[in-house]
Design a protein around this ligand. Structure first.
Ligand code: FAD
Length: 403
């Protein structure tokens, strides 16, 4: 499966940061993590940091999957509004999902601070109504969040114009959000783990999973065997190949990054993530070196060759939209790309055991627009499951909710 098209900026900027050995002999471990993207890296770090003997297996170079294509806006506000989650499940569930994601932003910040130099920065997030029809939905969402103590402020049309120079019917301003270079964060985490004794292998593809009540045996494409107490399948959007029934829909998302922009032109965009209520939404944020990163134009294409051909056209459309919003801003595409991502029907991820495999195989499917936030939550959740402790998100993120 080809996970990306064009020139994902993080891969261009950082290059191949670290090389790891290929696995060439059988081994044993407590936990085998399959997939070394941001999800596998955060989970392996959480487990290794708490005394588990972890092995990480990656079929490509590490972080070369969708992690290198991510635009990495870190938000607690997920693609499904809290009021819609409350309607679909109940108030307590919506609150649990939103409060957990809120907590995850500072948890990612703490990890970023430990590994250092990953362009992490706290930001605010401005979520504007794309049209008048969405205004009341957004106002209801704001009321729910305010009532439950989330760090939000409502901006009327006039306030939005006055404070941000934006023309829209209204917006929710959240003071908690962040940005990061996800490729660098995951790569540096893996490198740190390796230095501290965790075994990390790249160019090592897992071909089969056999689970019993007591252990899991993984076999690689070259016939090498890994015997583990648990396996964590953190193989991103490709993980669905291990499941008989599809659990999410694959889509493509498009992005571009500009050359560095004059700070006087960037203004408040230097510290604010911006997104809108339309679906698919347009979104943007800046990087530490003052570039503007713009994304959106998602479609249902799952055929890489067709997506490859569309990258430049989609980037031009995104730029036109940005020019309409910010006529003063010169933010032409310097690099443009696209990536596969997957969405579940309720916008929530899937972490934990699947009935096809029993208790020793745990999936880590951080699907949805907030994948990185979910990966952070999944790290704590899967550690609790491996250590046989209850976790508040075990039920909400379980496969069983799909029926
Ligand atoms: C364009 C785009 C924009 C996005 N924007 C955001 C955003 O703003 N905020 C946000 O939070 N999220 C965002 N996401 C989602 C986020 O990027 C993903 O949730 C995240 O990258 C998923 O990481 P992962 O580690 O699960 O998957 P991946 O990075 O794909 O890692 C999985 C790894 O598993 C490996 N693998 C697969 N099968 C095997 C096998 N059999 N054996 C060994 N290894 C295997 C793959 O090679 C891959 O490296 C975006 C995604 C895209 C594509």
């Amino acid at each position: 499966m080809d996970l990306k098209s064009g020139y994902p900026y993080w891969a261009v900027k950082n290059g191949l940061m670290y090389a790891f050995p290929r696995l060439d002999a059988d081994l044993r471990c407590d936990v085998a993590v399959v997939g070394a993207g941001i999800t596998g890296a955060l989970i392996a770090d959480e487990l290794a940091g708490h005394g588990h003997d972890v092995v990480v297996l990656e079929q490509r170079d590490v972080c070369w999957g969708s992690t290198s294509a991510s635009t990495a806006l870190l938000q607690y506000e997920i693609d499904t509004h809290a009021i819609d989650l409350a309607r679909r499940y109940d108030q307590a569930t919506a609150l649990l999902a939103y409060q957990s994601c809120l907590r995850a932003i500072s948890e990612i910040g703490a990890v970023a601070q430990e590994v250092k130099d990953v362009d992490f920065a706290p930001c605010q997030s401005l979520y504007y109504a794309s049209n008048r029809a969405d205004h009341s939905r957004l106002a209801d969402e704001f009321a729910w969040r305010e009532k439950h103590g989330f760090p939000v402020r409502w901006l009327s049309r006039a306030a939005l114009k006055d404070e941000f120079g934006l023309t829209a019917p209204g917006a929710i301003l959240s003071s908690v959000a962040a940005r990061v270079d996800p490729y660098r964060l995951a790569s540096r985490l893996l490198r740190r783990m390796q230095r501290q004794g965790t075994r990390v292998f790249d160019r090592t593809q897992v071909k089969s999973i056999k689970a019993t009540a007591r252990s899991v045996q993984l076999t690689t494409a070259s016939g090498i065997s890994i015997k583990a107490g648990h396996a964590v399948i953190a193989s991103g959007y490709e993980a669905q190949c291990w499941l008989r029934r599809r659990v999410a829909k694959n889509r493509s998302s498009y992005a571009y990054i500009s050359d560095p922009v004059d700070p006087a032109e960037l203004r408040w965009l230097a510290g604010t993530l911006l997104w809108e209520s339309a679906r698919p939404y347009l979104y943007l944020r800046s990087t530490g070196d003052g570039r503007l990163l713009v994304g959106g134009e998602d479609d249902d294409r799952d055929i890489p060759a067709r997506r490859d051909r569309l990258v430049d056209r989609k980037a031009a459309t995104l730029q036109r939209k940005i020019s309409r919003l910010f006529p003063h801003l010169q933010a032409r595409p310097a690099f443009a790309w696209a990536g596969t991502f997957a969405e579940t029907s309720d916008g929530l991820p899937l972490f934990g055991r699947h009935p096809q495999y029993g208790a020793r195989v745990l999936f880590a499917l951080a699907y949805g627009g907030n994948g990185i936030t979910y990966s952070m939550l999944g790290a704590g959740l899967l550690r609790a499951q491996i250590e046989r402790r209850p976790h508040p998100l075990s039920g909400l993120f379980a496969f069983s909710r799909l029926g």
